[in-house]
Write a protein that binds this ligand. Structure first.
Ligand code: A3P
Ligand code: MG
Ligand code: MG
Ligand code: MG
Length: 378
């Protein structure tokens, strides 16, 4: 196989971009119409439920029409949605997903081009039935594995961030024989330029969205990592920041202490001489941020007894972005992430991502900090 030809996986790349774009405009709309100060106060998660299901339906329907044989490992399934009491929810998702499938075909040059190819079946000519919609969601139930083509989808990654008005991402990756080849990530609330002010969290409901928010990240193995405004525009190449010493680095970590141990991170920073405060954000936007140099090290340390198995859709697209931007991604022991063993990364514990040159130093500090806590066995 000629690995560096820019034509390699060009179709998968353009279909993935269009699917993620459509899903992002849908989730953005769901946020603006359904997340209100009231739903947030009541800790009502229904907006994210609507967004999750309809975004998965849209992406899977698009993948299904272009690559009908390809298995998809998606986070959601329609089991709860099929219950009689979910009828109103089903109707809402049905409307949103069909609208997204219909509207965007003309607006998105990548999909217009791909869909004009005779081999593909045009979407959006007619509405999907409710049955087809549920089937599209359940197309995501593949088991994954080390053989052949496979997609991994997180329709809304960072569900907590979505509800806060903070960072979340639509993440889609294409894998061959367990290796990620294409990663596309849409971050509707991430500024194009990291130096511009961060969006204020908790600004719910209607109102004009800032025009500098919404960034799309794209990576193909061997072809580099790129970003562009999600609304369209020129792709620019991104690379991780050059730092001469780890003491200049800053960490990027989860907002949720339950997803990554903040206390241990602080000790690792101390061991490495890092003084800059950690940047905390939800979702795989962390991988995207370090890929373009907003931060330098993404640490995700196991919490508790370390038995949690990371899900492949939480890391597939982000890890390729970092690798293509000059970084290295491994688990806390320095072992490569193995995306070919099923729906989870069961052979790995936690994640460490940084520039290649400093990666082993970070791994050493992680080991030392865990040993000090009596968790060296993790
Ligand atoms: N105990 C745990 N440890 C690590 N990750 C967890 C976890 N419980 C849930 N997660 C995952 O963490 C993801 C969010 O990561 P982050 O905290 O970096 O934003 C969630 O994705 P979803 O939001 O798609 O469900 C979920 O899959
Ligand atoms: Mg997720
Ligand atoms: Mg999710
Ligand atoms: Mg989830």
């Amino acid at each position: 196989m000629s690995s560096s030809s820019s034509a390699q996986y060009a179709l998968e790349r353009s279909i993935a971009i269009s699917a993620v774009e459509r899903a992002c405009s849908l989730t953005d709309k769901v946020f603006r119409n359904l997340v209100t100060a009231d739903t947030v106060t009541k800790k009502d998660k229904s907006p994210v439920t609507v967004g999750d299901y309809s975004a998965q339906a849209v992406v899977n329907a698009i993948l299904g029409s272009h690559f009908p044989e390809d298995p998809i490992v998606g986070e959601e399934d329609s089991k709860d949605l099929q219950k009689p009491e979910s009828e109103a929810l089903r109707k809402q998702i049905f409307g949103l997903a069909n609208e997204a499938l219909k509207n965007s075909a003309q607006e998105c040059p990548a999909v217009a081009e791909a869909e004009s190819k005779p081999s593909t079946q045009a979407l959006g000519d007619r509405e999907l039935t409710e049955k087809e919609l549920l089937a599209a969601i359940d197309r995501g139930s593949a088991e994954g594995g080390a053989e052949g083509r496979c997609w991994a989808l997180d329709p809304i990654d960072g569900t907590k961030g979505f509800l806060r008005g903070g960072q979340y991402a639509v993440c889609l990756a294409f894998m061959v024989d367990g290796l990620v080849q294409v990663g596309v990530m849409g971050c509707p609330n991430l500024p194009h330029d990291a130096s511009s002010a961060k969006p204020k969290e908790g600004e719910f409901g209607a109102g004009e969205k800032r025009s500098d928010l919404g960034t799309l990240f794209i990576a193909v193995r061997g072809q580099g990592a790129f970003q562009r405004p999600i609304q369209g525009g020129k792709e620019e190449k991104i690379t991780m920041r050059q730092i001469s010493s780890l003491s200049e680095a800053s960490f990027c970590e989860s907002v949720e202490a339950g997803h990554s141990s903040h206390g241990t991170n602080a000790r690792i920073a101390e061991l490495l001489g890092i003084t800059a405060p950690s940047v905390r954000m939800d979702s795989q936007a962390k991988y995207a941020s370090i890929s373009r140099g907003d931060g330098d090290v993404y640490l995700r340390l196991p919490v508790g007894d370390g038995s949690y198995q990371e899900k492949i859709w939480d890391h597939a697209s982000g890890s390729l972005l970092v690798e293509e931007a000059g970084g290295k991604v491994s688990d806390i022991r320095g072992k490569s992430l193995n995306f070919g063993v099923g729906r989870t990364l069961r052979e790995n514990r936690g994640v460490v991502a940084s520039r290649k040159e400093v990666h082993s130093k970070v791994i050493d500090a992680v080991r030392k900090a865990l040993e000090e806590e009596g968790r060296g066995h993790l």
